[in-house]
Write a protein that binds this ligand. Structure first.
Ligand code: ATP
Length: 506
């Protein structure tokens, strides 16, 4: 699968080249054949979009209800076809996409006599919604024979190129103005300082937005430069393919010739020793020739505990900068700007309600606004606080992630590099006592488990051991004491926030 990739032609064109469209169309055709014409028409045609990001094929649908229904019904055939089109690593996700909702409502107004369409329209959102992280990059939409005569609608369904987010649309506040300023500097003077520039932070708080903003701005500032954006996973897949096909020289030529390399989700490399060396050589070579490298991950490089030392040192040799969840004022501004952009009439107290309720993750915040917009679209009413409460009630509940003790154990083991069976054993070695104490503390914070239940899960310890672990951990947080991970000490607060962010992602 090709990465999102843009370069100039010899004529100096500044257009992005998207190679996703043929894959998306092939996916649609093959799916139609596999599930049959009538099911395809009923569930996909005129009401879905297909977007490809690396190995992830996203089917956009019109409502949260449909995401659940479609994954239940079509996950298996869609994955089978995606793998045939994109390779074995391909995955399929069903997500809400405003373009699919638009398609559906346009289709409905065209063929309102069709009862089949009506039955789907009744499922339009009253509850959960989520804007795709890469929602700006709709690649191709399902074709619509019934609409083909309608020029206006056909225009809207035409395949679009990926649109990168803009740095100017990024709302800044205390937790993110420095990372944003760094993005501006790097986009103006790539390769000159902060190389590599490494962003880290929790889920849905703008890392990809900043990467896309840099991509876009470099392309504007330096139209004939080659800028490549992809995920670490896509890099790994290319590398594996090149190894398999014995085409490593071509692979290296391609990746080491770019002027700016932008790689998202670097944490993927943590568990993939096989790609680390190649990735390390790639960025080393680029940086040594003054090319810019920009990276993003969910953790600080030192918390990627399975990384080769030369790679984490390389990450640390530029600028490592943390993005924090936006504070209330920043969230209010994000809501204001987004509702303005959608021309959504909404009262100030409804804005406050959304900004207060959806506090951890901007993607969820934007998803909430999209739900309000659908309500407005359907009712033509101004969105006030009562409507906002009503519409977002389910979504608010869905955003509360259920955390299990096994999630906590997994996250702690991953961070400290210890084995799960050791963490839950009766062993008392020093390298296990701190991670275990932390895991017990998090189990109390995030699950409903009682002290004795937690104790039982950690080597049959009694409830007083768990109570003292919790007390000691609280003390460490209050006094801002440090915890050792491999060779380095971290503040207890930083470790707990990192783990909690991962628990929220799942
Ligand atoms: N400060 C901000 N101002 C405006 N929009 C924002 C801001 N932060 C995030 N967003 C928007 O929120 C959505 C999610 O952001 P993004 O995809 O960049 O998150 P992320 O940190 O990369 O998440 P993940 O860890 O899941 O990859 C995007 O639509 C993005 O444009």
């Amino acid at each position: 699968m090709p990465p999102e990739w843009s370069h100039s032609s010899n004529e100096g064109s500044t257009q992005s080249i998207s190679t996703d469209r043929p894959y998306a169309e092939k996916f649609q055709q093959s799916l139609r054949q596999l599930i049959g014409e009538s099911r395809y028409q009923k569930w996909f045609q005129n009401r879905s979009t297909v977007t490809i990001h690396g190995d992830v094929l996203v089917v956009g649908v019109a409502s949260p209800f449909l995401t659940k229904w479609m994954s239940k019904e079509f996950q298996q055939p869609a994955t089978q076809i995606a793998r045939e089109c994109l390779g074995l690593a391909a995955q399929v996700r069903f997500e809400v996409d405003a373009a699919a909702a638009e398609q559906l409502s346009a289709f409905q107004s065209q063929v309102s006599s069709s009862s089949e369409v009506k039955s789907v329209v009744t499922t339009l959102p009253h509850s959960a919604n989520e804007e795709s992280k890469d929602g700006s990059s709709v690649t191709t939409a399902a074709t619509l024979p019934a609409m083909k005569k309608n020029q206006k609608i056909r225009g809207r369904l035409a395949p679009r190129r990926r649109r990168f987010a803009s740095l100017n649309d990024f709302v800044t506040g205390p937790g993110n103005h420095v990372p944003h300023a760094m993005a501006k500097i790097v986009a103006e003077h790539p390769g000159e300082q902060y190389n590599p520039l490494y962003y880290y932070g929790g889920v849905g708080i703008g890392k990809t937005h900043l990467l896309e903003g840099i991509h876009r701005e470099v392309r504007q500032n330096y139209p004939d430069w080659q800028v490549m954006s992809l995920t670490a996973e896509a890099f790994g897949n290319y590398y594996t393919k090149a190894l398999y096909e014995k085409s490593l020289p071509a692979f290296r030529k391609k990746f080491r010739a770019v002027d700016v390399l932008i790689v998202d989700d670097i944490d993927f490399l943590d568990a993939k020793k096989g790609f680390q060396e190649e990735f390390c050589h790639t960025i080393q070579e680029l940086i040594s020739y003054g090319r810019q490298v920009v990276l993003a991950a969910d953790r600080h490089p030192r918390m990627l505990t399975h990384l080769r030392p030369e790679l984490s040192t390389r990450f640390l040799s530029g600028l490592v900068t943390r993005l924090e969840s936006p504070d209330l004022e920043t969230r209010r501004e994000i809501v204001r700007r987004h509702t303005d952009k959608l021309s959504l009439p909404v009262t100030d107290d409804a804005i406050d309600f959304v900004a207060t309720k959806f506090s951890r993750n901007v993607r969820e915040l934007i998803g909430a606004i999209n739900c309000l917009q659908t309500y407005h679209h359907m009712t033509k009413r101004m969105v006030g606080i009562t409507a906002a409460r009503e519409i977002l009630r389910d979504l608010e509940r869905d955003c509360l992630k259920i955390v299990r003790t096994s999630d906590i154990q997994h996250a702690v083991c991953n961070l400290f590099g210890v084995q799960p069976e050791d963490l839950i054993s009766a062993k008392r070695s020093r390298n296990l006592s701190q991670p275990r104490m932390l895991a017990m503390y998090l189990s109390r914070q995030w699950t409903q488990a009682a002290y004795h239940e937690i104790g039982k899960q950690y080597g049959g310890r009694n409830h007083s051991t768990v109570m003292s672990a919790e007390k000691r951990m609280k003390q460490m947080l209050e006094r801002n004491e440090s915890i050792q991970i491999s060779t380095r000490k971290w503040s207890a607060q930083e470790i707990v926030s990192t783990l909690e962010e991962q628990l929220q992602v799942g």
